[in-house]
Design a protein around this ligand. Structure first.
Ligand SMILES: Cc1ncc(COP(=O)(O)O)c(C=O)c1O
Length: 509
């Protein structure tokens, strides 16, 4: 629900304190230019009356905006929107520009671009900066656990490559990636029903670079780009860096809701980014019917589908339905070795329709002059020797065991109001919190109870999506996951208990 006053929209977000909802609505209006630099905010009493809330609540919201550098108050005159350069980064009561100037340095805060100061980057950064308790159980980290990284077999491949290619392995790689690796990848794709030759594959520095390239190639500032709601936080950062307007498409247990998708469709949308297998953060696998619907929609709406298939080989039950790319050759296919093997390789790849591929190759070369030849040769060797297939078979068994341990413990300990589906692909599980619960509060409480989870707020386009937390079951053993579920259940109980004792929160509208 939305409250409107003085031309400003304030989304009602259950779980957030009312002053925060007002502050968020106002900061959104400032960011999107409804309240331009120099504009005077409505008097606190008038805005409070219009919203049906207490004046002190609006005063708190203005204080929060002032603390974040969005506005400045002048006694007797009112509260005014600051210039963007004044608000780039604020710390406490002094802007970092002032701190830099005092220290005799350049005023970096005022030099920062909008991209660097973007809200989605700051949301994730706040969590990344947190110090973790040493014995905490980590259900936040989304990468293969240290015990699952094939150090010895990969070392053998590196040794072999150094002997076989020597100096060649230490030079720049071809723009598209080394041929041996592109061949290995294309053989693997064909095995999974995706027609591709080595010439169709572009190797990238992780799939993050592939997505970045796509955003750079497709987006002009202000273009709309569809994502699942909630979605992978990294795509939100990249879209915001490219100046796109991310639009969250509501999803149900099968995937994006077709009716909602039709409703949101409009001319000029530049893409729809999806993770069909083990979507991050929900762990959901897209149903076959929805895959077919999406491909038909993409053709009708002339909007490209970007299929991030990092989870293709990480199925835990039956193998997943056919990939979108195998249903339609106009789909852009992206994947990575980070999640199924090792992120340190920084090795991802993309198969794009020719009309797009030919633009991406020079763009990638302009950005990095090529990904590491040495690591690409070693990875190609790892695949050629059959180590990859063996590694996948082993890790699938281990992840299945970890998932089952976690699922069982969650069923045993979680309060009944907290629900989840058992993921059939990937290593992520999404806990749906009861309406009105703050995912950030659960994150904080879990932290205090010695368990690390990811709050869904970083995955939401609006920052205020349906409350949930993401659990990754890749880095901890079954025993530690069971203990983690117990600790998390206690943390959630504490948050729910506090909410109950506070009673129903005030309604904005
Ligand atoms: C869904 C998804 N896609 C892409 C990436 C990027 O990973 P990388 O660049 O290591 O391939 C991540 C990383 O967490 C992810 O979760």
């Amino acid at each position: 629900m939305t409250a409107r006053a003085f031309g400003i929209s304030i989304e009602k977000a259950s779980g957030l304190p009312i002053f925060q909802q007002i502050a968020d609505g106002l900061s959104a209006s400032i960011r999107n230019g409804v309240l331009p630099a120099g504009a005077r905010l409505p008097p606190t009493r008038d805005l409070a009356d219009a919203l049906g809330t207490h004046r002190n609540t609006v005063v708190r919201a203005y204080e929060a905006l002032s603390g974040a550098g969005f506005v400045v108050s002048h006694v007797g005159r009112g509260t005014f929107v600051t210039e963007l350069r004044d608000r780039a980064v604020t710390r406490g009561d002094a802007t970092s520009a002032t701190l830099d100037a005092r220290a005799g340095g350049l005023p970096w805060a005022s030099l920062m671009s909008r991209t660097a100061a973007s809200e989605s980057l700051q949301r994730g950064d706040r969590i990344a900066r947190r110090a973790w308790p040493a014995d905490a159980i980590n259900m936040s980290r989304f990468e293969p656990g240290a015990d699952l990284r094939p150090v010895e077999t990969f070392r053998r491949c590196l040794d072999h490559v150094m002997r076989k290619f020597g100096a060649k392995a230490m030079g720049y790689a071809p723009r598209e990636g080394v041929e041996e690796l592109r061949e290995g990848i294309s053989r693997d794709l064909v095995r999974r029903g995706i027609p591709a030759s080595a010439d169709d594959v572009l190797v990238t520095a992780g799939s993050q670079q592939a997505i970045d390239l796509l955003a750079r190639a497709l987006v002009d500032r202000g273009d709309a780009f569809f994502v699942e709601e909630p979605t992978y936080s990294g795509i939100l950062n990249l879209l915001s860096a490219a100046g796109a307007q991310p639009v969250g498409v509501p999803c149900d247990d099968e995937g994006p809701d077709p009716a909602a998708l039709e409703r949101l469709t409009r001319p000029g949308v530049k893409g729809f980014y999806l993770m069909p297998n083990g979507s991050n953060p929900t762990g959901r696998t897209l149903s076959l019917a929805r895959r077919a619907d999406l491909v038909a929609w993409s053709r009708r709406a002339t909007v490209p589908l970007i299929e991030d298939d990092y989870g293709a080989d990480m199925y835990l039950d039956a193998s997943p339905p056919p990939s979108l790319r195998s249903l339609d050759g106009e789909v852009v296919y992206v994947s990575t070795f980070s999640k199924k093997l090792a992120p340190a390789l920084r090795c991802g790849f993309m198969v794009a329709p020719r009309g797009l591929h030919d633009h991406l190759v020079p763009l990638k070369h302009a950005m990095d002059l090529g990904s590491s030849a040495l690591l690409q040769y070693a990875l190609a060797e790892f695949m050629e020797r059959g180590y990859m297939a063996a590694h996948l078979a082993r890790t699938r068994d281990i992840y299945r065991e970890r998932r089952d341990a976690l699922v069982e413990a969650l069923h045993q300990h979680l309060p009944r109001e907290v629900t989840f589906e058992r993921p059939s692909s990937g290593v992520l599980l999404w806990l749906r919190l009861p309406g009105g619960t703050s995912a950030e509060q659960v994150f904080e409480a879990a932290h205090r109870h010695g368990v690390l989870v990811s709050p869904g707020s970083v995955n939401s386009v609006s920052g205020q999506g349906a409350p949930g937390v993401r659990l990754a079951f890749c880095t901890e053993t079954p025993d530690r996951l069971r203990e983690g579920a117990k600790r998390l259940a206690r943390a959630i109980e504490a948050v729910l208990g506090e909410r109950r004792s506070r009673g129903p929160s005030l309604d904005l509208v």
